[in-house]
Write a protein that binds this ligand. Structure first.
Ligand code: PEP
Length: 259
């Protein structure tokens, strides 16, 4: 049994996958399969166009939904962008910010991540701040320096009240979509470091901060990861598209907390 007052959180990141048909089937399965879950907070971060379907099928299910990105602007002439207020209209609860794919493929720098988080908070939504090092950075022992840089950008820019609303996801880039998971010990070490950085800035909050692990979480490795003292759940990519895997990961979180 985990010795923590934090509730576990398992979030699916569907990335750019799915059709109206496949998403309908997946959501119907999840709301039926997870209807008795009271222990684990569960959410899916869907492509923008599937968010209305999430609202239609998940309202009153206990499962939350959210987006994978948001504009850094509140509104205006920004063709193709989606504002945080639009996500509120669709009943979103969470927004991923600073996912490594956005940082690496779309050039999102720490400064942009900060602006997006502020927009998300202003709209009353919960940002899930993603941080993590690349393989090259790990191999030259720069993991802590990278995590510190990514976190300090946010810790130094937000107020205590704003920081209290954040969820952090530690996602080593080398483990995302590669099938290579961080060992439970590797994950725990970085999660403890994240909590330590938080303690230095916000000592009152650090104990309550939810820190998720992401990077090839699957049904068969989730439980060991989730039993680590500072791992409060998972951000799940590939396995979130598989209805049985995702439910098994939620169950692994429940077991890690209850047994
Ligand atoms: C992710 O996209 O955030 C992720 C962790 O992906 P995967 O589980 O597929 O590694």
């Amino acid at each position: 049994m985990k010795n923590t007052s934090r509730r576990p959180l398992v979030v699916g990141n569907w990335k750019m996958h799915g059709s109206l048909e496949s998403v309908t089937a997946l959501l119907n399965f999840l709301r039926h399969e997870l209807q008795n879950n009271t222990v684990v907070d569960v959410a899916v971060c869907a492509p923008f166009v599937h968010l209305p379907l999430c609202r239609e099928l998940l309202t009153i299910s206990g499962i939350h939904w959210g987006a994978q990105n948001v504009s850094e602007h509140a509104q205006g002439a920004y063709t193709g962008e989606i504002a945080a207020s639009m996500l509120v209209d669709l009943g979103c609860r969470y927004v991923l910010v600073g996912h490594s794919e956005r940082r690496a493929l779309f050039g999102e720098m720490d400064a942009v991540v900060v602006v997006k988080i502020k927009q998300v908070l202003k709209a009353g939504l919960t940002p899930i701040l993603c941080v993590g090092e690349t393989l090259a950075e790990r191999e030259c022992n720069a993991t802590e320096a990278v995590i510190a840089r990514q976190l300090h950008a946010v810790l130094n820019a937000l107020t205590t009240e704003q920081l209290a609303e954040l969820v952090v996801a530690y996602e080593p880039v080398w483990a995302i979509g590669t099938g290579k998971t961080a060992s439970p010990e590797q994950a725990q070490a970085v999660h403890a470091y994240i909590r330590q950085l938080w303690t230095a800035k916000e000592p009152e909050q650090a104990e309550q901060l939810i820190v998720l692990y992401g990077g090839s979480v699957k049904a068969d490795n989730a439980r060991l990861l989730f039993t680590q003292p500072d791992v409060d759940g998972g951000l799940v990519g590939g396995a979130a598209l598989d209805q049985n895997q995702f439910c098994a990961i939620v169950n692994a979180a429940e077991q890690a907390w209850n047994h």
